[in-house]
Design a protein around this ligand. Structure first.
Ligand SMILES: [Zn+2]
Length: 408
């Protein structure tokens, strides 16, 4: 007998209503819903509602979430946001980081997020405090959400003495991914060489904040492509923002997009922050300041979308629901067709999983039962309405604590 059966659900890229059965944490039954309903200890009569693989949040900052109440002034540029957050960071305590991170994690889980990649600041100001807290939370939340931690040198590596050593130490104590931010270092090439060597030494993937501007001259992506090929890191490098590319002449942008696809680099659009901070120097014909999503998709790049910040100097908005930023991207990248809605939902699930190296994150036999059930029978409405989540399961166990009874 199955542990659990979702009877008559709509699943992605399938026109039939399906029965999805779970046993020992895995999907062990998948069949067109018919008269014969298999036996299960728990059956959820979904009546055609949408079941997706768990949502994947690929780029978020838990350690600097929810800072609005601590801010004495507002930030209107990237430099101001970095400065203001750097000042606030001096007052961060482990307890403060922990409570703000937990607030985000609980919200993410309730929205259906089963996997999340978090950038954790590592520098002489905060040292390894944030990472130590997040390593504890990663363990504490292990059965409810998978957390990947990026060691992130927000303040630069060479302009903050001691950061290089702290980054290496962070990998030794458990960081999963090497981060980089070449635009915030006086020596961006040295910065790239350092992080690639570090990733190579510890055999970890790389995840960059890169080309976060509307300046077409800022194109560290070209150096990242070269190094990705040199180090044989295809498929293991992600880049967040990449907004300068949106200000580059079309033919050159197209060539760079094709090279990104060839190097199998994943691009994470972070539209909330990008829209908030870019294009501010434009008095007319104000640019949107986001990466050219459609062009990248046309060239075959794995493009996904992330929340980035929640209510802090970089972005005074954000809820933690990946579908909120997916809908924002739909507006700003003019992605309004039915096919676009499928692409955007894939970005928040299977495509993000690919970027994060999460295997088998689809609704298929033998795959882990990380699932979220939506209160709608129309797949497009998952994006348009962002309907209530009726339940979230991790390895077949319901993990959203507020909703112990499924009301369908
Ligand atoms: Zn970020």
């Amino acid at each position: 007998m199955l542990d659990m059966l979702f009877h008559k659900v709509a699943i992605p890229h399938n026109d039939e209503k399906m029965d999805v059965g779970v046993q020992n944490g895995r999907i062990t039954y998948l069949s067109k819903a018919g008269e014969q309903v298999p036996q299960a200890k728990q059956t959820i009569k979904a009546d055609g509602r949408v079941l997706l693989p768990g949502l994947v949040e690929p780029h978020i900052h838990l350690d600097k979430a929810y800072l609005l109440d601590q801010m004495k002034e507002d930030a209107t540029t990237l430099d101001e946001a970095i400065q203001l957050t750097g000042d606030l960071k001096k007052g961060f305590t482990k307890e403060d980081i922990k409570q703000r991170s937990i607030k985000v994690l609980e919200k993410c889980i309730s929205y259906g997020v089963t996997h999340l990649r978090c950038h954790v600041e590592v520098d002489p100001i905060v040292e390894l405090k944030g990472l130590e807290v997040l390593l504890e939370l990663k363990e504490q939340y292990r059965e409810r959400i998978d957390i990947q931690l990026v060691t992130f040198p927000q303040e630069g590596i060479f302009q903050q003495k001691g950061t290089a050593e702290l980054m290496e130490e962070s990998l030794i104590i458990g960081a999963d991914v090497v981060g980089g931010i070449p635009y915030n270092d006086p020596n961006p090439i040295g910065h790239l060489d350092f992080v690639f060597q570090l990733a190579h030494k510890y055999n970890k993937p790389l995840d960059f904040h890169v080309d976060f501007s509307d300046d077409p001259q800022q194109l560290a992506i070209k150096d990242i492509i070269n190094r990705t090929l040199t180090y044989g890191f295809q498929g293991r490098v992600s880049v967040g923002h990449l907004t300068s590319l949106g200000s580059v002449p079309y033919n050159l942008a197209q060539q760079i997009a094709a090279d990104i696809a060839k190097a199998n680099i994943h691009v994470m659009s972070l539209p909330a922050t990008d829209l908030f901070l870019n294009g501010r120097g434009d008095k007319e014909r104000m640019r949107r300041g986001v990466t050219p999503v459609k062009l990248l998709l046309e060239e075959g790049v794995n493009v996904i979308v992330g929340t980035n910040n929640i209510q802090n100097p970089f972005t005074p908005f954000g809820t933690g629901d990946p579908l909120d930023v997916a809908l924002l991207l739909a507006h700003v990248a003019q992605m309004g067709t039915y096919r676009d809605s499928e692409t955007l939902i894939d970005m928040t699930t299977v495509h993000a999983a690919r970027a994060l190296g999460i295997p088998s994150h689809t609704i298929a036999l033998n795959h882990q039962a990380d699932l979220v059930l939506f209160d709608t029978t129309n797949p497009r409405n998952v994006l348009l309405e962002r309907p209530q989540r009726l339940g979230v399961w991790k390895g077949g166990v319901q993990v959203d604590r507020d909703r112990t009874v499924i009301q369908v």
